[in-house]
Design a protein around this ligand. Structure first.
Ligand SMILES: Nc1nc2c(ncn2[C@@H]2O[C@H](COP(=O)(O)OP(=O)(O)OP(=O)(O)O)[C@@H](O)[C@H]2O)c(=O)[nH]1
Ligand SMILES: [Mg+2]
Length: 402
């Protein structure tokens, strides 16, 4: 067993040397994993036949040594799913289960409210309107650079008398906003040659990583994929339990070790297990972390190095989860996580509620990173693939006076 996996080094005193993990041979790493696997707990499904009679049993603990694991046949049909219970379903949602529109979800944002107010008073086409518009965009987190650029291009067109009325200016703003975010509306495509496809969720504390994992697990399972989760947030015991609950709810196996164990080790074990079972998708949770927590940020690099011993391309997707209410700090978060592990896609959560709504435009302007999903609420249906047109139309008034 590897000591460096078990011991959490204090970064200030004993930083993990960058070469430590890479010096380990594959054979050593695998035997270490077999060792670690004894310590890992895999909450998994009962046998298919037992599912109907005992749907809530997830207590089976199974050694993860590959030889002892029966591979899941590729064509296996997932067992029928129980009705999904939301963690804390808001009263309105329990009585109105219908999928809500983007506009319903986004209408409370500062973006939608201020633009709605601005255009509802049938404004005159003049410099005052452009200035108010610029202020509204900046205040709604669109960011100074993107807001200035948007308004400048409208100003040029206004001066060329391209707009007969405010309706036409609004239509031009809509087109410009869509054009800004259309390039980043790129859904997550899982290349089938990666089996399992490994998704690593990262982000600062409380942004919605674990909740999003639960929703993604359910989504992909419904698409017929065999999914496994790795409880890589070993920082808090409650985090492991939270993920296990999602696993039980979705009937998806969850690989975990005790809290305080090494995150890289847990995720390594999970990848080995998912591989031996021929599963399609492994989604790994991680603890929330700030860039100031050097040890935790370094841990991300270690996770990548260790996974690379099994599959050089893993993780195939690093999803940075951003809380949509964060404002311009989102820009710093992307910079920091990019530097620590590399980020291939974003999930922007909590765009409902108190989010100002504009942060995705700022992110698009600054980085151009794909936004895979957005969270428009706490229910399962509220995790949507990012749709540029639906998003912009949800934020803007439908027409002047609307
Ligand atoms: N309104 C709203 N709430 C959300 C959304 N996504 C997540 N949440 C809530 O955000 C809270 C935090 O979610 P978690 O999934 O625990 O966040 P986390 O990033 O895993 O947190 P840590 O593990 O502590 O870093 C929970 O109450 C979620 O229900 C969303 O799109 N909209
Ligand atoms: Mg979490």
């Amino acid at each position: 067993m590897f000591k460096f996996w078990k011991k959490k080094p204090k970064p200030e005193e004993t930083p993990v040397p960058a070469t430590l993990a890479t010096q380990t041979s594959l054979a050593e790493a695998l035997s270490a994993a077999a060792d670690n696997a004894q310590l890992s707990e895999i909450a998994t499904l009962p046998e298919a036949g037992a599912v109907a009679s005992a749907p809530a049993e997830f207590a089976a603990v199974e050694p993860a040594a590959p030889a002892a694991v029966e591979p899941v046949p590729a064509a296996v049909t997932p067992p029928p799913l129980p009705p999904l219970e939301e963690e804390t379903p808001p009263a309105a949602e329990t009585s109105a289960p219908a999928r809500r529109s983007w506009r319903e979800r986004l209408s409370g944002s500062a973006f939608a409210r201020s633009l709605g107010t601005l255009f509802s008073r049938k404004p005159k086409l003049d410099e005052d309107l452009l200035e108010e518009l610029e202020t509204a965009l900046i205040t709604a987190d669109v960011g100074i650079s993107a807001s200035t650029e948007l308004v400048e291009s409208l100003r040029k067109r206004l001066n060329r008398r391209e707009f007969a009325d405010a309706d036409q200016l609004l239509a031009a703003l809509r087109q410009a906003l869509i054009a800004l975010v259309q390039p980043i509306a790129q859904p997550l495509v899982m290349a089938t040659q990666h089996k399992p496809f490994v998704v690593l969720m990262v982000g600062v504390n409380g942004v919605g990583k674990t909740t999003t994992i639960g929703k993604l697990a359910r989504r992909y399972q419904q698409q017929g994929l065999d999914v496994m989760l790795a409880a890589g947030d070993t920082f808090r015991a409650a985090a492991v339990e939270q993920l296990k609950t999602w696993g039980e709810r979705n009937r998806v196996p969850v690989v975990s070790q005790g809290s305080g164990s090494d995150a890289a080790s847990v995720i390594f074990d999970a990848l080995q297990s998912a591989r031996s079972k021929n599963l399609d998708l492994l989604i790994a949770d991680t603890a929330g972390r700030l860039h100031t927590q050097t040890g935790l940020m370094d841990e991300l690099g270690k996770i990548r190095r260790v996974l690379g011993k099994i599959d050089a391309g893993a993780p195939h997707e690093v999803l940075l989860v951003i809380d949509g209410t964060t404002g311009q700090n989102a820009i710093n978060q992307v910079r920091q996580f990019r530097a620590a592990i590399g980020v291939t896609g974003l999930v922007v959560t909590k765009l409902d509620g108190t989010a100002k709504g504009g942060v995705i435009f700022a992110l698009a302007k600054e980085f151009g990173l794909p936004v895979r999903f957005v969270g428009l609420g706490e229910s399962l249906d509220d995790l949507r693939e990012f749709d540029a047109t639906a998003f912009v139309d949800g934020l803007l008034p439908g027409a002047i006076g609307a």
